[in-house]
Design a protein around this ligand. Structure first.
Ligand SMILES: [Zn+2]
Length: 741
């Protein structure tokens, strides 16, 4: 027998569709039960609001779903957000279990009331008075359906009255059977689904005709507040079991829907599992799409994207994004293989127990290494690449915007920026010698250099270029950790930072997003930009309703930003970032590696004049990514490939960093003394911030073996405009090939 037939049986046995006798009896009972005042109000309201009430026939009109679309900057359709996922279904094609669950839970007297249920209203009134707010609706199925005729979901008393009046009209116009069918097709059931068929397919990947009792109970359980009940599986199960209890007590449709108490008990034990399709199915560049979707939800609300039919033009370079994602996955795969051949498959450090839903067993699996890439255009802040992880289906955690990880030495540029802005020059010297510092717990902190060697007195440029820890800690001691944090903040670091000496080695966690924003301040000559991800949004009528705008803020002087750019160029040209040059990337560029203690995190953040990009690789927990896996070895290769894709041709003059000659000056100095070079001196050209102390005396070192008579000829040299800044720092002509901190 069909579901409809069963329901008709019920209707026949209880009452005919809307009849005035029933209404009168119920109404009378309502009066007797003591709601004379609301009833009078209802009558007055009916006269008053009649012209304002919506036309019930709107419920029958099919409104085609509005689809919002998101495009990349290179014209690729990244995602579609279908509005109301409504799949019309006849009541005959709905499982009787669903009808039973619905009637038992939402409206036990549905077949006997006249749209409103005085018992429910009274009960709700009591609760509302007790809690002093309009929380409990006491709405019948008809009232809930009536609510759908109103555009907004306001909870005002006027609205409640209008809904009640509309419910009465619905009961007058339609049979109980028709109302139920409209309800089954119109009501929001959660997760973007309107109607039971859409919900059934979305939640359980099956048609509504095949819904079992516990599945029906789950959907019905969520009806009151789908996003609240269904978001959390534990809460969903608790609520579902409440519905199962109500079904057990009800004898509605018992001829087809009857189970023993034992059977109900076993149903209650079934865990809630949504067999819905994975989020992001069909999305391209899913981490970016999900990021933009969340941002839009923050501005316009969750439903907006699914209901407005807008077109969103984003800034992402999809082709590039995909190529970089592939590169990142390959690098991660190589690193995982390296770990898997050197560790036992039962090694608790690199494997974990995972529940296998197909077999019901737990199995030991290798932990998943992960990574992220983020790239922006410096002058505009436009996001061109955002890869939040290696596989969105596996993990939707966005490691660009959400992960907070120790940056290691990738934090050092903030220290050196603070130093330069506070009177230091790149040629000033600092001790790279062993040292101990007392810690809060009274013990001594004995930091190490990466290679366990000490270089003695070295210049700031060399200390940053070779990522010397001891020199950096000594510099931090003089500049002051609080001062360093001040600069990191101004440049864009938003996560909590500890004002301790070890901040010089990146001991406080940061986000990749923040690091890329902060590093872009250097090539932007001191200007911080807020990343932009939307070019424009066009509504369904073709009107531009939003335009992405670049917000700029000057956070450093041009001179300080340029001096830092120059020092960070040394890192790539001769220091720990040299591998980029070995891979064939030859454009003027600056950047910094980052490696944390025990190799838990590998970073490379770097920039050209036009772009800034960051790569981070780590396990989501603190598992080491492998001995010797420095930022240079693990993260830099992906960064370099991204740059090679951005710059398929060799460098031109256009690619050189702009030099603010009014704030900086280039001098030829003696490499050993740091004073102005004479003819005997091993010469080096260096950039100086004009407002800081600049060397004015000539070197007097004997430089044994060299001619000491011709000291007069050497003169300070201002670098001419034509000299590319990348060639200025010839401090160390031997490239440092070894990866370092
Ligand atoms: Zn000299």
């Amino acid at each position: 027998m069909s579901t409809k037939k069963h329901i008709e049986n019920v209707i026949v046995t209880i009452q005919h569709p809307f009849n005035w006798t029933g209404a009168l009896i119920s109404g009378l009972f309502g009066f007797l039960a003591g709601i004379i005042v609301p009833a009078v109000l209802l009558f007055v309201a009916y006269i008053l609001y009649l012209p304002e009430l919506p036309d019930p026939e709107q419920l029958e009109e099919y409104q085609p779903p509005l689809v919002s679309r998101m495009y990349s900057a290179d014209g690729v359709l990244l995602a579609e957000f279908a509005g109301e996922k409504r799949i019309w279904v006849s009541i005959n094609d709905v499982s009787p279990w669903f009808i039973k669950a619905l009637i038992s839970t939402e409206d036990r007297r549905f077949f006997s009331h006249w749209g409103l249920d005085p018992f429910r209203i009274l009960g709700a009134l009591f609760v509302n008075i007790k809690t002093r707010r309009i929380a409990q609706g006491g709405s019948t199925i008809t009232q809930q359906l009536a609510r759908n005729l109103f555009l907004s979901q306001k909870k005002t008393l006027t609205r409640k009255i209008k809904e009640a009046l509309t419910a009465i009209r619905l009961e007058h116009k339609y049979s109980k059977y028709e109302i139920l069918e409209l309800y089954l097709n119109q009501v929001y059931m959660g997760r973007g689904c309107y109607g039971v068929e859409a919900a059934s397919r979305k939640f359980f990947d099956k048609p509504a005709s095949e819904l079992g009792p516990e599945e029906a109970a789950l959907i019905v359980g969520g009806l009151r507040a789908p996003e609240y009940y269904l978001r959390n599986t534990k809460r969903a199960q608790k609520r579902r079991n409440v519905v199962l209890g109500l079904m057990e007590k009800s004898d509605f449709m018992d001829d087809v829907c009857h189970l023993s108490p034992e059977q109900y008990d076993s149903l209650r034990k079934i865990p809630v599992v949504f067999k819905e399709k994975t989020k992001g199915e069909g999305w391209k560049a899913p981490y970016f799409v999900d990021f933009v979707r969340r941002k839009l939800a923050e501005i316009y609300g969750e439903d907006w994207l699914y209901t407005q039919g807008v077109t969103i033009y984003t800034t992402l370079n999809y082709k590039l994004n995909e190529a970089v994602a592939e590169t990142l996955r390959n690098r991660i795969h190589q690193m995982e293989r390296r770990i898997q051949v050197t560790h036992h498959p039962d090694d608790p450090q690199y494997t974990e127990l995972v529940y296998d839903s197909t077999t019901g067993d737990t199995v030991r699996k290798w932990k998943e290494l992960n990574g992220a890439v983020f790239a922006i255009e410096n002058s505009t802040g436009r996001i061109i690449v955002m890869i939040g992880g290696k596989d969105f289906k596996q993990s939707q955690f966005n490691r660009v915007t959400q992960a907070v990880r120790q940056p290691g030495s990738a934090f050092k540029p903030f220290l050196y920026t603070a130093a330069i802005d506070n009177g230091w020059q790149p040629s000033d010297r600092i001790d790279d010698t062993p040292g101990t510092w007392p810690m809060e717990d009274g013990k001594l902190w004995r930091p190490q250099n990466y290679d366990h060697k000490y270089l003695g007195r070295i210049t700031l440029r060399e200390a940053l270029m070779k990522s010397r820890n001891l020199a950096s800690i000594r510099l931090c001691e003089q500049v002051g950790p609080a001062n360093v944090i001040k600069y990191a903040r101004r440049m864009g670091i938003t996560t909590p930072l500890d004002p301790v000496l070890s901040i010089a080695m990146g001991s406080s966690g940061v986000k990749l997003w923040d690091m890329v924003v902060a590093y872009s301040v250097f090539p932007n000559l001191g200007v911080k930009v807020e990343p932009v991800f939307i070019d424009k949004i066009i509504d369904r009528d073709g009107t531009v309703i939003y335009r992405g705008q670049t917000r700029r803020e000057e956070v450093l002087s041009r001179g300080v930003a340029y001096v830092m750019t120059s020092m960070l160029q040394s890192v790539i040209d001769h220091g720990t970032g040299y591998a980029a040059r070995m891979f064939g990337f030859l454009h003027p560029a600056g950047g910094k590696t980052g490696t944390t203690n025990d190799y838990t995190d590998a970073w490379f953040v770097g920039f050209t004049k036009k772009y800034t990009a960051g790569v981070h690789i780590s396990y989501d927990d603190l598992t080491p990514i492998g001995e010797g896996m420095t930022g240079s070895r693990a993260a830099l290769p992906t960064w370099t490939k991204l740059m090679l894709m951005l710059y398929p041709h060799g460098p031109t003059k256009e690619d050189e960093f702009d030099v603010p000659y009014d704030e900086v000056v280039f001098l030829t100095i003696c490499r050993e003394s740091g004073l102005l070079a004479t003819q005997r001196c091993p010469k080096v050209r260096e950039v100086f911030l004009r407002r800081n102390p600049v060397p004015t005396k000539y070197c007097t070192l004997p430089h044994t073996g060299e001619d000491t008579t011709s000291t007069q000829k050497a003169r300070p040299v201002v670098m001419p405009d034509s000299v590319p800044p990348a060639n200025i720092d010839q401090i160390n002509k031997k490239p440092q090939r070894k990866g370092g901190l």
